[in-house]
Design a binder for this molecule. Structure first.
Ligand code: ADP
Ligand code: MG
Length: 509
């Protein structure tokens, strides 16, 4: 109950009533104060809450304003960049337009003349190139003519390369003939090896007949009393026997050369009588075997002798006269069958001996009474592969050593002849001793260096190129050239040049 509800006499009935009157007044005053304060408080609270509300709404407003400001700022930045990009793109577009316009103007301006200029440049370049090529070819011709003269002065030794075709389509050719210089080959393996100019590189597609056409002039000179040597050099399998002997249906140089000599001798007039004789010799382990001997297996090795007139001879050697083309073929076949072969690791059918088909062309001049003899030596050399490559032992090693020695001696002899050296080492092996008369003096020599195109034979090819380069070096100055020029200058007479030791004049009738 509120204190104000107490009856007025409540204090009168108690002694304490008077005592509590004063505090009661104080309490009532205090209550009134509190009530007043409460009212004030409530009104204050109401106003505070109003203020709070207004503050809160103010805050919300300011927050959304701040968001707005932020997004507006972002948009402003984007727009600014966009504006700059747009301006840039506009500038570029303008530039492209300008360039297009310029190119169109250029096209209009040069449209017609551009084609003309291009045509002019092309034709001028072609003309220039043609002039250069013509000059180059003329230079090559001059070089060839001079080279031929030089070769004649340097012992008349020529070097040809023959690259046989690839035997399998799976193989890749590692050798190429220079398209601009018919005397140069390029070998491609690890790096490139270019040969020094030989006299000629026989194109791979040349037939046996075409090859013989290149060789035939020196063959014919044999019936004019010259001594001629044709060598097939190269490793086993490089095509030496194919070049010299060839298959029956497409024979090589041997048969064609002898038939040509035979035919040429028949075609000459009655003033000169010719006799063509054939012998076939094998040099095996530095020993001479007669391949035309009646019984070649039992025949003992033959020896080389110098006869009373100083000429080399092989006493006991079969020498068959050729009376018809049939004779030529039959004799060659017999000799070929008798040729010794022995297998090595390098090639089961490799030829381990040198084969010499020796043709003697006797020419008796019925007017002057002189007889001359020209020798044609057709030599299918044994394989030039190195001993270490064949894993040979015992007898085969002996063979290989003899072959290597004779081939290197042959190289030394040809080199010495070409360089006009005073001492020519003929006597170091049977092969060079046997050919001594045919190699020196006013003789003619052709070395056909055979090279296989396969990459697997590249080492052998390099060594064959080295051999060709060694023997192919011409001497450009020195006494030999003048000496030989002098000898050639003296040449006279029927049936070839006189006054030299190569041509053998036998007797006067
Ligand atoms: P080499 O006497 O040097 O050992 P060959 O003459 O026996 O070599 O030739 C080896 C192989 O290559 C043989 O099968 C031969 O028929 C072939 N051959 C060589 N030269 C040619 C060529 N020019 N055209 C076609 N085949 C060839
Ligand atoms: Mg052979």
């Amino acid at each position: 109950y509120p204190i104000s509800a107490l009856p007025d006499d409540f204090g009168a009935h108690s002694d304490d009533h008077s005592r509590i009157q004063e505090p009661r007044g104080q309490i009532e005053n205090r209550i009134e104060e509190v009530i007043e304060a409460d009212e004030d408080y409530e009104s204050d609270m109401a106003s505070v809450s109003g203020e709070c509300d207004s503050l809160r709404s103010g805050t919300t407003d300011s927050m959304s304003q701040s968001d707005l400001v932020t997004s507006t700022a972002g948009e402003m930045i984007d727009e600014h960049q966009l504006y700059r990009l747009k301006r840039c793109a506009e500038g570029l577009r303008k530039e492209i337009g300008e360039l297009k316009r310029l190119s169109l103007e250029m096209k209009d301006a040069f449209g017609d003349s551009l084609g003309e200029v291009q045509h002019l440049v092309e034709s001028k370049t072609a003309d220039f190139f043609k002039v250069l090529m013509d000059r180059y070819k003329a230079e090559m011709e001059t070089r060839k003519t001079l080279h031929n003269k030089l070769v004649e002065l340097n012992g008349n030794i020529r070097v040809f390369y023959r690259i046989r075709p690839l035997l399998s389509t799976r193989d890749q050719a590692a050798i190429r003939i220079d398209p601009m210089d018919e005397g140069v080959v390029h070998l491609h393996s690890n790096g490139r090896r270019t040969s020094r100019a030989a006299d000629f590189v026989i194109p791979t597609n040349f037939s046996q007949k075409e090859i013989f056409e290149r060789v035939s002039p020196i063959v014919t000179s044999c019936i004019d009393g010259y001594n001629v040597c044709i060598f097939a050099y190269g490793h086993t399998g490089s095509g030496k026997t194919y070049t010299m002997e060839g298959p029956c249906e497409d024979p090589g140089i041997n048969q064609r050369a002898i038939l040509q000599l035979f035919e040429a001798s028949q075609a000459r007039g009655n003033d000169i009588e010719y006799i063509i004789k054939l012998s076939m010799i094998e040099i095996y382990n530095d020993k001479i075997r007669d391949l035309l001997a009646i019984s070649s297996s039992t025949a003992s090795p033959l020896n080389l002798r110098r006869d009373a007139s100083g000429h080399l001879s092989i006493p006991g050697l079969e020498c068959r006269q050729v009376n018809s083309p049939g004779d030529v073929k039959q004799i060659l076949r017999k000799g070929s069958i008798s040729r010794a072969t022995s297998s090595t690791d390098a090639n089961a059918n490799s030829s381990r001996s040198h084969l010499i088909v020796r043709v003697q062309a006797h020419a008796k001049n019925n007017v002057t009474g002189t007889t001359t003899i020209g020798h044609l030596n057709l030599v299918d050399l044994a394989g030039s592969e190195r001993v270490s490559h064949t894993n040979a032992t015992g007898q085969l090693l002996k063979e290989a050593t003899a072959i290597n020695k004779s081939l290197s001696e042959l190289g030394n002899v040809v080199f010495a002849l070409r360089q006009g050296q005073k001492h020519v080492p003929f006597r170091n092996c049977v092969l060079t001793r046997l050919l001594e008369d045919s190699l020196q003096g006013d003789s003619k020599t052709l070395v056909l260096v055979h090279v296989s195109p396969e990459l697997s034979h590249v080492h052998e090819s390099v060594s064959s190129i080295n051999f060709a380069e060694k023997i192919g070096q011409v001497q450009t100055k020195g006494p030999a050239a003048f000496k030989r020029a002098d000898s050639i200058g003296k040449a006279t007479g029927v049936g070839g040049r006189q006054g030299n030791c190569a041509k053998t004049t036998l007797k006067k009738s």
